[in-house]
Structures are given as C-alpha cells and as structure tokens.
Design a protein around this ligand. Structure first.
Ligand SMILES: [Zn+2]
Length: 132
C-alpha cells in the first residue's frame, strides 16, 4: 500500500513487518541468527587458541583463555556480546582487550585490586582499568 507521507509509510512497513512478515519468517530469522552466533563463537575460539597469553606467553585451550579489558571504557562483557551476536560491538570490545590465561588474568585482577586499595588509602581516587 503506497503512502506519499514518509512517516505513514514507515509506520505501515513497521506494522507489516512486526505483525505479518516476521511471524511468517520467524524460523528463518532464528536460524540465520544462530548461524551468525555460531560463526562468531568459532572465530573467538580460534582466536583464543591461536594466541599466546600476553603475560606468560604460553598457548592454552580456548576455555583457559580470557579477554582482559585493559583499554578505554568497557561497554559490556565479551561473552554477552557473543551470545547476542553483535559482531561490530564485539570487534570494538576485542580491540580494548588483551588475551590472558585464566591464571595470569587472576594475577592481573588481584594486582589491580591492590593498586586501587592503595590509592584509596592514600586519599586518591581508584584508578580506572586503563590507568592500572
Ligand atoms: Zn598466562
């Protein structure tokens, strides 16, 4: 149904997509979304297994490796972005991270916590991740 008015046309298309097109094609969209998420998971697994730990330099299975957010503001967890399938946001969050094995990641986190406590005790603001 053609509309000359842009807002009316957009409203009609939105209603059509929500009430008719999407319910009719729901399975196709769900399958497409799952394929996309599975692809991202595979890429992340490969990245974790092909990259050494930034701190100890050793290679580990993907489930041992963590992304440690070290640069800039953290928007959300990488695992959360992965499950939502947001490839572009995921790529920008990966760029702010370093890969570390779970042991080195714990050590880093502990050292950051100690540094933050020392700064608070000295009357300074706690450091951000980018400063730690
Ligand atoms: Zn390590």
């Amino acid at each position: 149904m053609p509309f000359k008015d842009r807002d009316q046309r957009l409203a009609y298309n939105q209603k059509y997509n929500k009430e008719i097109h999407y319910p009719k094609n729901r399975e196709k969209y769900l399958k497409k979304s799952k394929v996309s998420r599975d692809r991202l998971r595979r890429i992340i697994k490969e990245l974790k297994e092909e990259s050494p730990c930034t701190d100890c330099g050793k290679f580990f299975p993907y489930y041992i490796m963590d992304f440690d957010h070290v640069y800039g503001e953290k928007r959300t967890e990488i695992s959360r972005l992965l499950s939502m399938g947001y490839a572009e946001v995921l790529a920008s969050e990966l760029a702010k991270s370093e890969l570390a094995c779970c042991l080195c990641h714990r050590i880093r986190t502990h050292q950051r916590m100690l540094a933050a406590k020392q700064q608070v005790a000295a009357g300074q603001h706690a450091p951000t991740r980018a400063q730690a």
